[in-house]
Ligand binder design. Sequence first.
Ligand SMILES: [Zn+2]
Length: 206
Amino acid sequence: MKFSTEPDLDELMALISKLPGLGPKSARRIALYLLKNRDNVMQPLSKSLAKVHSKIIRCAICGNIKSNEANCDLAKCFYSSKSYEQICVVENIADMWAMESTNVFKGHYHILGGTLSALNGSNPEDLLIHSLINRIKKNNVKEVILATSATIEGQTTAHYINDSIKDLGIKVTKLAHGLPVGGEIEYLDDGTLFSAFKYRNSLLSE
Ligand SMILES: [Zn+2]
């Protein structure tokens, strides 16, 4: 959808409309708002975008976001001198934040960066599954908690990971109780998520 006669502004609106939850109309509204507030919003925003773009990256080990100048915030992600017993595997960072807000699990997370999907082309190499196996071995992990969504992709991913790690002889559990079918972790309320975590069950029983 074209609104203006300025190609630069059209480009900005086209980019904004690609953001999650936004379409051409909201993109137009946002672009006009930015133009109107060029000094107090647009300029600091563009500086912040440039800064985050150059400084913030995804940790290749645990999948969390981190500053490229520092070690990962989940530094225990790999090089910890102390071993840890549990590791909770989630699809994305928003899922980890949702889990953390319930306080049900204070241990270490592993963020896959997506799910396996025949439709959108994600395959095991795109996710941090190899790195997960390394972390499990390196840190003597005793239990892997698969906190993927109750969607087909989430469950396919959980089964794939379970198959990949079953020979390691560790306990593998997944979220169960309270997790609605089709429910995405990020959008669950704290109570549902808390209960799904608490009553997770072992995949070995399947
Ligand atoms: Zn890390």
